[in-house]
Design a protein around this ligand. Structure first.
Ligand SMILES: [Ca+2]
Ligand SMILES: [Ca+2]
Ligand SMILES: [Ca+2]
Ligand SMILES: [Ca+2]
Length: 430
């Protein structure tokens, strides 16, 4: 088992990140497990100011530069304050030094005063954080999060901006009441043979979501299967019960319906439990039903944590809902038995927020995607009231192994989208 590096905690400020001496940065409840470091910190003085920023930096050497923010929180209250830090960045170092800093945010718009002043925004006006001054698809708040320039639209060719615009451009001018439903007359009781007509007024009418089974299954529990190869489907394990013989229906963009049955299934066996099942179908689906693609392994070079990106998902009413990414792949939590999650929340962006709805009761097994142009990119296949489901990217190797095990001679694996055709994000955000 790998040893943890030596951990040291020191108090610092952002302007003087190298401290002269350790001060009263007191640590309690320190614990380390499954690659996550947790601790509670108290510190003297009135820092941070109410509503200000609290930043935790990490560096692996105190004698030269290179500290990076490992946790940052706007609107942070008085101490004590609890942290959970992904240890992957310093796991191979002999030592790790944590430094705590604060930044003021006078208007409480989640952008620090100093960054607003340095980038021509108004530190007394909260309205500027959701504006997109350079029309590149990234709100000023998102430009701050990702270290891009709020007054230069050359960020427009990053994957981050393309993913944001892919949703925002489609939402523009649409009314949720008529534009949320993906289908006309979505069946509430009958399944199977219904003809499902597409809603031409849907905000995402031109996007091919044929990978998702809109009729759910014969158990009528209103939950989806998501196709990831012509013969493999992903389901939530709590999707009761996706047993062999259970039928699912897929709809091609031209309206043709294809019925398939589960021939065999394999649960993704991991701790914490991912709640994922791979199902093998009795017959391949034709190319008209396009399997979902996933993020590539190097997605963080292009998207960082993905914070602020819009995500989309179908629900059991056949609507295409919008939520906001908190992280595309969070750390695992063995103590709370949570797997690595693709986590989202109510969008901060006011237009996106009108296309957000809370989950219909019992409707926890529907996939969540990013939208890259017209291409849905699968993030998770279920979500709950905390708006998080196991990250498919994180468990791709286990899913590939299950697909191979279920059909050894077919050679199918999860397919990824190519993000390397886009300009990468700055390497040192903020
Ligand atoms: Ca501010
Ligand atoms: Ca402001
Ligand atoms: Ca912008
Ligand atoms: Ca920009």
């Amino acid at each position: 088992m790998k040893r943890w590096p030596t951990i040291r905690f020191v108090l610092a400020t952002v302007s003087a990140i190298l401290p002269t001496a350790a001060e009263d940065f007191r640590i309690t409840d320190f614990a380390a497990s499954n690659g996550v470091l947790r601790f509670t910190a108290t510190w003297p003085s009135d820092d941070p100011p109410p509503g200000g920023f609290l930043d935790l930096y990490c560096r692996t050497n105190l004698s030269h530069g290179g500290a990076r923010i490992v946790h940052s929180e706007g609107g942070a209250g008085e101490p004590p304050h609890s942290f959970a830090v992904d240890a992957s960045a310093f796991r191979d170092a002999p030592a790790a030094f944590f430094l705590l800093g604060t930044r003021a945010d006078a208007d409480g718009d989640s952008i620090p005063d100093a960054w607003e002043l340095a980038n021509g925004l108004d530190p007394t006006d909260p309205a500027d954080s959701v504006r997109d001054d350079d029309c590149d698809g990234l709100a000023n708040l998102h430009e701050f999060w990702h270290g891009t320039d709020p007054h230069a639209s050359d960020d427009a060719d990053t994957a981050l901006a393309v993913l944001a615009r892919s949703v925002d451009a489609r939402l523009a001018g649409k009314a949720p009441a008529t534009a949320l439903p993906y289908f006309l007359d979505y069946p509430q009781t009958a399944f199977a043979t219904n003809a499902l007509a597409a809603n031409p007024g849907c905000w995402a009418a031109d996007v091919d979501f044929s990978c998702e089974s809109p009729w759910n299954d014969e158990a009528k529990n209103r939950k989806s299967g998501t196709l990831v190869s012509p013969v493999h489907m992903l389901l939530a394990n709590h999707h009761n019960p996706p047993e062999p013989g259970t039928r699912f229906w897929f709809r091609a963009p031209d309206g043709t319906v294809y019925a398939r049955s589960i021939q065999a299934k394999q649960r993704i066996d991991s701790t914490p439990d991912t709640d994922l099942v791979v199902a093998l179908l009795d017959e391949p689906l034709p190319p008209a039903i396009e399997p979902a693609k996933i993020l590539p392994e190097n997605f963080r070079e292009h998207l960082g944590s993905g914070l602020g990106l819009p995500a989309v998902s179908l629900d059991q009413e056949g609507k295409i809902l919008v939520s906001e990414i908190v992280d595309l792949e969070t750390g695992e939590d063995a103590e709370e038995e949570l797997p690595s999650l693709a986590a989202s929340r109510v969008p901060l962006n006011p237009t996106r927020a009108t296309f957000y709805e809370t989950l219909v009761a019992g409707d926890s097994s529907n996939p969540k995607f990013l939208l890259l142009g017209e291409q849905p990119v699968l993030l998770s296949i279920h979500w709950f009231d905390n708006h998080a489901g196991a990250s498919i990217r994180r468990y791709a190797d286990l899913i590939d192994a299950a697909m191979t095990n279920l059909s050894p001679n077919l050679g199918y694996r999860l397919e990824t989208v190519d993000l390397d055709r886009f300009r990468k994000l700055p390497s040192t955000p903020r």
